[in-house]
Design a protein around this ligand. Structure first.
Ligand code: PFF
Length: 460
């Protein structure tokens, strides 16, 4: 039994919501620290190649699957390929539970920083290690964050998600451009740009490639059905390809600007580019402090407010996946599904909350093969989810489209919203990527990554 679906009210609304899902902590918090840990510009180039050659075609495929079936990911694969394919959707549900469990903790940090900067505490950057250990505070902020996410999802698509995203995305874009321009005037700018944009190809290792691929998926919200779910609310008239182009460019553009903003700041403050998860949180508050109390409070508060909103439009899209599954397939009422899932995922996030210094057990949870030191629980979950499960999800979705659903049907769905057939060059490229590039590259990288990280077998 299905509840009636009310979808996005316009194409712009869909693009804003889907770009809102893509643009989030991944762009502003995770991208710079991944670049820092994985060798600078070499990582950036591989990430960009993956975004355009593999992720963009998969985004088109995910949106088309959603729009064709008007279902959540589990229902969508069942409708198109019979029940046995629903495991791809179920795997997506599993990934989204893992991702939201730790994502909500980092979103809680952003929200906490918003409050601290508003109160004029510019030394919060230096206090980062103590701040993330304070589980009462951070736990409280995370509860507020998850409850806000749940409230928006309970309002449904057009009244909740679409409205918030349309207002907030442009403001975020604007403030990052301003901060990037400011960063370019700092003394470390030239060195930072060199690190960020001049590739040293000798730095490319297997690990750099796996991280770049995982991050491309994470950043574009692919491989776990978020775009299938949002696609299920898209009008038949909309042009899927131009929407996917806009979403990909916005996402990549914001990540790129975030790096341009952050590295000059990090270098001019004498911080290490390998700053890890604390990079944004440790470096930015001091910049706001240097601007003077009034301007610093205004710009700093605005920045963390927008970062919190960027995180919110992403958490909303993640929570929507299991909720739409329970509403479509289990005939559960939306509000009940929302609060049940949000509560459960919050509880599953507690080990991540504890793993930033509060509990030594979770802080030093595992040691990867060949690693110089132990990895915390939150990083492990992030690695497993984004570097393993998302590319695996993408691999299965590509196989499904190429060999079960068939690319002719994909093109037919895409053409619905266009005058005539999609452009010949684009359809050739999409078909080639989904049939050959995605299965081979994603399959190979997935296997190599798992062998490397969890079995200590390094082939490259
Ligand atoms: N793309 C989001 C970010 O970059 O922050 C994170 C994310 C959202 C991942 C939705 C996966 C997803 F389905």
């Amino acid at each position: 039994m299905q509840e009636a679906r009310t979808g996005f009210s316009s194409k712009i609304g869909f693009i804003a919501a889907a770009a809102g899902s893509a643009v989030g902590l991944g762009n502003i918090w995770k991208f710079p620290f991944e670049v820092g840990e994985s060798g600078g510009a070499a990582f950036v180039i591989i990430y960009l190649i993956f975004c355009f050659t593999l992720c963009f075609p998969l985004m088109v495929a995910e949106i088309a699957i959603g729009r064709k079936t008007q279902r959540n990911p589990v229902g969508a694969f069942t409708v198109l390929g019979h029940g046995k394919w629903s495991f791809i959707g179920k795997m997506g549900l599993f990934s989204c539970i893992l991702i939201l469990s730790f994502y909500n903790v980092v979103a809680g940090w952003c929200f906490g920083y918003l409050v601290e900067i508003l109160l004029g505490n510019f030394s919060i950057g230096e206090q980062f290690p103590l701040f993330v250990k304070d589980i009462i505070k951070v736990g409280g902020y995370s509860v507020i964050f998850m409850a806000t996410t749940a409230y928006i999802v309970s309002k449904g698509i057009s009244k909740g998600v679409e409205k918030a995203a349309k207002l907030l995305m442009p403001i975020l874009f604007f403030i990052i451009i301003l901060l990037a321009a400011y960063a370019m005037t700092l003394p470390g700018a030239a060195e930072a740009v060199e690190f960020y944009l001049l590739p040293d190809f000798s730095k490319i290792t297997g690990k750099v490639v796996y991280n770049a691929l995982g991050h491309a998926f994470f950043s574009l919200s692919l491989g776990m059905g978020a775009m299938i779910t949002y696609g299920s609310y898209v009008s038949k008239e909309d042009n899927i390809i131009s929407s996917a182009v806009a979403i990909t460019l916005l996402d990549v553009g914001i990540a790129f600007l975030a790096g341009l903003m952050l590295f000059p700041i990090v270098i001019s403050q004498g911080l290490d580019t390998h700053g890890g998860a604390g990079l944004v949180f440790m470096s930015l508050p001091r910049v706001f402090g240097d601007m003077g109390t009034v301007l610093g409070t205004v710009v700093g508060t605005l920045f963390f407010l927008l970062l919190s909103f960027a995180a919110l439009t992403s958490t909303v899209s993640i929570l929507e996946i299991p909720v739409s599954y329970l509403v479509d397939e289990r005939a559960m009422k939306r509000p009940k599904a929302v609060w049940l899932v949000a509560g459960g995922i919050f509880l599953l996030g507690i080990p991540s909350l504890l793993s930033n210094g509060y509990s030594s057990f979770f802080t030093q949870f595992v040691t990867y093969f060949g690693a110089s030191g132990p990895t915390d629980f939150m990083t492990l979950i992030s690695d497993v989810a984004s570097n393993s499960f998302l590319p695996l999800g993408g691999f299965l979705i590509a196989l499904f489209v190429a060999f079960i659903w068939r690319k002719e049907k994909l093109f037919k769905e895409i053409s619905n919203g266009e005058k005539g057939h999609p452009n010949r060059f684009i359809s050739k490229f999409l078909g080639f990527s989904i049939t050959y590039l995605c299965p081979w590259i994603l399959g190979a990288v997935f296997i190599l990554n798992v062998l490397d990280k969890f079995f200590g077998v390094t082939i490259y």
